[in-house]
Design a protein around this ligand. Structure first.
Ligand SMILES: [Zn+2]
Length: 434
C-alpha cells in the first residue's frame, strides 16, 4: 500500500510522533512571554477606578461637553478611553491608530430618544502588507447600568460589568503595542451593550460591509473574579457558539491551547454553548455576522453585584463596586487574551480550501489544502469524535497534500499553518471532496 506520509510507519509510531509534536507546540515565543509579564494588576486597578469614577456610564447618560468636562457620564468615559489609547500610541511612536466611530441609534425597546453610540478602538496595524489584512480583536463594553436600565441619574459603577473587560482591552493594547505582528490587532471598547448589543452590532455590521477579515474576536465581559466565597479564581469560562467544529469552537480550543503555552494563574474553562441563560453579550454580534468569537466570563457571578443600584437593603450590600473585583484575576485573564491575540497575529493565515477526499472507500485519509502566506509548514490535527479538544498534532512539513493511515470515519481532522518561529494559525476543518 502506498502512503505519502509517513513512509513505512505504523500507527503507534504516528501517535508517538504526534505527541512529540504537540509538546513542541508548547514552546512559548519569548517576545510574547515578555509582553505578558508587563501586564499589571495595578494598571488594571487604576483603569477600573477611573471608569467607575465617571459615576454612571449608562449609554443614555450625558455626553455633552460640559458633562465631559465635569467628568460624569458616558461621554467622559469615552474621552478617557480615547486618551488612554492615544497615550499608548505616543509611547510606541504612533504605532496605534485611534478611532472613535459613532452613529445615532434610533429609538427602540431600551432607547427612548435618538442616542449617539460610540465605539472607541485602537488599531495596531499588521506589518504584512501583501495579504488581505488579517484581524484579531479584543473587546469589552464601557457602558454600565444599575437596577433600572433607564436610570441616568444614580451611580452605575460597573466595575466588574464591564470596566474589567475594558481594562483587558486597554492593558492588551498597552503591552502588545510594543511589539510588531504580521496580522492586525484591534483593541475595542463598545457602548450600548446593556441596551441590546448596539455598539458591537454596529461594529460587526460595518466590518462585514467593508469585508474585514476578522479571524477572531475575544469578548471580555464580567472578568472581575468577584470576591464572593464561592468564587473559583483558578478558571475563567470561555463560551463559544455553534456546533462542535464551528469557527468559534475552534477559537475556544485555540484559547485553551495558548493558555497551556503561556501558563497563567487562571485557566480557560471551555463551555460549549453561546452564553449563559437569560444573558447575552457582544461576541454574539460578531457571530451573527459570521465571525468566530468567544466570551470570557468569571466562573461564578454575584448577581447582587451586577446591574444593581448601589444600596444596602435587608442587610445586603448591592452594587458593582471596585472592592469586589480581584484585579490579579483580571490581569491573569488579560494575559490569556493577550497570548491568544499575539499568537494569532504572529501566525500565518490559516490554510484555505482544506479538503478531505471522500471519493472512495478506504481506511487511510487524504487531506489537501491551498498554501497559506508566510507558512513554513503545516500540521494535521485530529481527535476522537467524542473528544472536546485536539488530541494529536502531526508536523507534515511544507506539503499541501498528505495521506495518513487513520480512518476519517473514526476521528475529526483539521489543518493549521505554522511559521518558522512556530506560531500556529487557527485550525481549519476540512470539507468533504468527492
Ligand atoms: Zn456586561
Amino acid at each position: 500500500m502506498k502512503r505519502q506520509f509517513p513512509m513505512n510507519c505504523g500507527l503507534a509510531a504516528i501517535f508517538a510522533l504526534a505527541q512529540a509534536t504537540a509538546s513542541a507546540a508548547a514552546e512559548p515565543d519569548p517576545r510574547i512571554a515578555g509582553a505578558l509579564r508587563e501586564i499589571s494588576s495595578s494598571r488594571i486597578q487604576a483603569d477600573i477606578a477611573a471608569l467607575v469614577g465617571f459615576g454612571t456610564r449608562s449609554t443614555l447618560s450625558a455626553q455633552d461637553p460640559a458633562s465631559i468636562a465635569a467628568g460624569r457620564g458616558i461621554g467622559a468615559a469615552r474621552e478617557w478611553i480615547r486618551a488612554q489609547f492615544e497615550q499608548y500610541s505616543r509611547d510606541c511612536d504612533g504605532c496605534l491608530e485611534v478611532r472613535v466611530d459613532s452613529y445615532t441609534q434610533p429609538p427602540g425597546e431600551r432607547v427612548a430618544t435618538p442616542t449617539v453610540i460610540s465605539n472607541v478602538y485602537a488599531v495596531l496595524k499588521g506589518t504584512d502588507a501583501g495579504a488581505t489584512p488579517r484581524i484579531v480583536l479584543v473587546t469589552g463594553h464601557y457602558d454600565s447600568r444599575n437596577s433600572d436600565n433607564e436610570d441616568i441619574t444614580h451611580d452605575a459603577p460597573g466595575a466588574n460589568d464591564d470596566a474589567s473587560g475594558v481594562a483587558v482591552s486597554l492593558e492588551c493594547a498597552r503591552v502588545l503595542s510594543r511589539l510588531k505582528f504580521p496580522g492586525t490587532i484591534i483593541f475595542l471598547a463598545v457602548a450600548g451593550e446593556e441596551q441590546g448589543l448596539y455598539g458591537s452590532a454596529y461594529f460587526a455590521r460595518r466590518a462585514r460591509e467593508q469585508q474585514w477579515n476578522i479571524e477572531a474576536a475575544l469578548n471580555d465581559d464580567i472578568v472581575g473574579g468577584n470576591r464572593s466565597a464561592e468564587q473559583d479564581t483558578r478558571v475563567v469560562r470561555v463560551f463559544s457558539a455553534g456546533d462542535n467544529d464551528s469557527p468559534s469552537r475552534q477559537l475556544a480550543r485555540y484559547v485553551a491551547e495558548t493558555g497551556d503555552q503561556y501558563p497563567s494563574t487562571v485557566k480557560p474553562l471551555l463551555v460549549f454553548r453561546a452564553d449563559r441563560y437569560l444573558r447575552g453579550g457582544d461576541h454574539t454580534s460578531f457571530n451573527e455576522k459570521g465571525y468566530a468569537a468567544v466570551r470570557f466570563t468569571e466562573y461564578r457571578e454575584d448577581y447582587n453585584r451586577q446591574h444593581q443600584t448601589v444600596r444596602t437593603e435587608g442587610g445586603i450590600a448591592y452594587g458593582d463596586l471596585p472592592e469586589h473585583v480581584d484585579v490579579d484575576y483580571v490581569a491573569a485573564v488579560a494575559r490569556l487574551n493577550a497570548a491568544a491575540l499575539a499568537n494569532i497575529a504572529a501566525a500565518p493565515a490559516p490554510p484555505s480550501h482544506v479538503s478531505i477526499l471522500t471519493a472512495r472507500l478506504e481506511n487511510d485519509t487524504t487531506l489537501e489544502w491551498q498554501p497559506a502566506a508566510n507558512a513554513s509548514g503545516y500540521e494535521v490535527l485530529w481527535r476522537a469524535t467524542t473528544s472536546p479538544t485536539w488530541e494529536h498534532a502531526q508536523d507534515v512539513g511544507a506539503r499541501t497534500r498528505v495521506t495518513l493511515p487513520l480512518s476519517k470515519d473514526n476521528v475529526i481532522f483539521a489543518v493549521r499553518a505554522v511559521d518558522a518561529q512556530g506560531h500556529r494559525s487557527l485550525p481549519v476543518v476540512p470539507e468533504p471532496k468527492g
